[in-house]
Design a protein around this ligand. Sequence first.
Ligand code: PLP
Length: 468
Amino acid sequence: MRILEGLKRISDENLISFHMPGHKNGRLLSSYFSEYFKYDITEIPGADNLHDPIGMIKETEEMISEYYASDKSYIIVNGSTAGIYSAVMAITKPGEKLIISRECHRSVYSALILGGIEAEYIYPEIDSKSGAIKAINVEVVKENFMKYPEAKGMVLTSPTYLGIISPIKEISEYLHSIGKVLIVDEAHGAHLKASKLLPCDSISQGADISIQSFHKTLPALTQASVLHLNSKRVDRKKLESLLRIHQTSSPSYLIMASIDAAMNIMVDNGETMSENLLNIINDFNENLESHKYLTRMTMKNSVLDPMRIVLVNKENRRIDFHQLEMILRRDYHIQVEYAYDKGIVLIPSIANTSEDFLKLSKALDSISFENLIIMIQCDTIEYVKPVKRMSIRDAFYSESKDVNITDSSKRVASEFIIPYPPGVPLLVPGEEIDSSIIQFVLQLNELGFDILGLVGEKKEKIAVIEED
Ligand SMILES: Cc1ncc(COP(=O)(O)O)c(C=O)c1O
């Protein structure tokens, strides 16, 4: 089956979407895009240039900047990925150092390779019940900057994929007091500005740069993202050059127009629609209270995004969440965002209706959960911290070969090894594989964890640097 037929089949299912993109099958965008193909233009007279905007793009960026209270906001058509590359490389030179949270998105690691940047990692704690990565606190940030005072700044993810928000205000105040820069990967937080009932967005809490995937939580097309700059500590010209380097020279007007449409919606009705969604979610939560098997993820002393719905096991039973995802899709035409061993993640947006939630509640009430109970014990993994033998960039450019995991002791990893969940890299290219890591990988393999980066038919091999 080719792309067109495949897409038609999915679209014919009329899925209720609790996954990305935030426009939910075009619901809130359709009125803006009745002339779809006519809007797919390029830099003809009357249009503007993303890489040096002076007209319509500039005006839209100014509107975004006003709404998010930034010094300047930049439209990005290559996803938050391009914004993260640009932000990270704008505050460092090759050979300089950053402190990053170890679970950060791949794009942060790619930026280290592209920019020849060194990193020291903050290992986040993991919540045993939900498997979620906990917030980063200011104490651990201080410890790291005392140990590595030469670091130029830090990158952290907030909210995380599971909706956990770090104390950005405290962290940014500390970093600014020692002259460092804070970049927040806020790919999952573009909606936070809409209402005072939601946790604060990172720019309002002092982040120097934040990068938001509009397409994840707002009604915008896939890849539509925005970078906000709110700082005198960042060289704006360098940042703008890097955005030009990392983005296509043929930016899609459809993607850019969808950002403009999302902004119209947010400015005109975003607050009301978001508070309406929060009420709908509250009703859903109330209904869920009587559910025998599922409950919403909670975490002591942590700020959670109420719009990120993570359903986990109630009490000590264990549900097969992959099966649950499959049943919701097959029997109820509901597509969740992600299923893992300890829960399922749903991403609602203001494009979801109370009917969507009613259908979800009804589905969860009528599924026979007794048949989904499993015995497998997947306990939370305790991370082993490897030693760095070469920079991630040097490792990337070294020759590599695949060896059996059991033969990899004292070799240097040439690929990322990332167990999911929680998605925290166990090995980053350039780090040494020791016997405790080998044991750990074998144990995870046996427990059935999905481990990105292993190769071979039975995932029994690992890529290592060729050394003579
Ligand atoms: C935490 C985080 N940061 C960055 C990204 C990259 O965003 P984009 O897909 O818009 O490039 C993602 C994408 O999944 C993400 O989850």
